[in-house]
Design a protein around this ligand. Structure first.
Ligand SMILES: CC(C)(COP(=O)(O)OP(=O)(O)OC[C@H]1O[C@@H](n2cnc3c(N)ncnc32)[C@H](O)[C@@H]1OP(=O)(O)O)[C@@H](O)C(=O)NCCC(=O)NCCS
Length: 291
């Protein structure tokens, strides 16, 4: 068995077994071309037969790598193929300077959870995802788009927030959970994507108006944090109005899986919901790399 970068001709054979991964199917066909172009798509091959794949992305902070799309042909499972794909991705990521690796796994995917744990990854956070639609009623509770002048007070709120730490200090971008640090927050404020409630700040939502992959007319909340029910209601009201004004086809909420936060979705008609475990592994000094 060898692991090598993907070739254009691999697509069909690999996609043939990326079909029933989740209750709703799989998404690899939607991201393949994009991942192929990234140059970090790996294929496991055995005697000319393509038997596994995975994709590596580097995180914007340059310190983390994101591992995804691990798929092994059903006939070849429990032969350490996924373990070797993980090792190869980690080797690449570390060469590019990453000091930690992360991945997300559905709560129902026990095989993948055991595989991550056997490879030294630990659960650092639990997240909920909802997709919703409908025409929720408007309300006019006060919340606002954050300004750059509020950066320090928002950052101060987050650093003290229990939810921020339960969220493993991450936000979501195209199904990658990246670090929400001061720089990322600064960028989001400039992009008019941060909504705040309260003076002093007692609630923060970060939104994405452009969807992901091939679905661009989706409004997403990609980080959510509220000190109590009141700021949460204010954030819901503000986001609901953006949704209605923007004529989005769908609304998605991705946030730490706590009942208080996920009540956010109650105004909408929920189409789908899932829970995910965020896994992480921190590496020690680079000299321990095996070659
Ligand atoms: C999850 C998946 C990638 C694992 O691939 P694999 O090549 O069989 O995994 P490995 O052989 O490297 O397994 C390493 C360890 O993980 C654990 N593991 C793997 N599959 C398991 C299963 N079905 N049940 C319990 N533990 C399992 C075991 O501890 C295993 O070690 P062991 O065989 O010595 O007991 C594979 O089952 C798969 O492709 N599933 C469908 C796609 C998918 O779910 N991908 C992940 C999405 S997040």
């Amino acid at each position: 068995m060898k692991i090598r970068p993907a070739k254009k001709s691999d697509k069909e054979e690999i996609l043939s077994f990326c079909v029933d991964t989740f209750s709703w199917g799989d998404y690899i066909d939607r991201v393949w071309d994009h991942w192929f172009r990234s140059g970090r798509l790996l294929i496991a091959e055995d005697g000319g037969r393509k038997i596994g794949m995975s994709h590596l992305a580097m995180c914007p902070d340059g310190r983390g790598m994101w591992l995804e799309g691990v798929r092994v042909h059903p006939d070849y499972r429990r032969s350490m193929i996924a373990t070797q794909l993980l090792a190869k991705m980690i080797e690449y990521g570390r060469q590019e300077g990453a000091v930690q690796a992360s991945a997300i796994v559905d709560v129902a995917n026990v095989a993948s959870q055991r595989m991550m744990e056997k490879n030294g990854f630990a659960i650092v956070s639990r997240w909920a995802y909802y997709s919703a639609e409908g025409r929720p009623r408007r309300s006019r509770l006060a919340a606002r788009l954050a300004t750059i002048g509020e950066l320090d007070s928002i950052w101060g709120y987050l650093r003290r927030s229990k939810i921020y730490s339960l969220s493993a200090k991450r936000y979501v971008k195209s199904w990658h959970w990246y670090t929400l640090d001061n720089q990322a927050l600064h960028n989001f404020i400039r992009e008019k994507r941060v909504i705040v409630a309260g003076r002093p700040v007692n609630g923060v939502a970060i939104i994405n108006r452009h969807g992901y992959w091939d679905r661009t007319n989706i409004l997403q909340v990609v980080y959510l944090d509220a000190a109590s029910a009141d700021p949460l209601r204010r954030l819901v009201s503000f986001v609901t109005n953006i949704y209605l004004d923007g004529k989005f086809e769908e609304f998605q909420l991705v946030c730490h899986d706590s009942t208080r936060l996920t009540s956010f979705i109650e105004k909408f008609t929920t189409k789908d919901e899932e829970q995910f475990l965020l896994y992480n592994k921190v590496f020690t000094a680079k000299t321990t790399l095996s070659r």
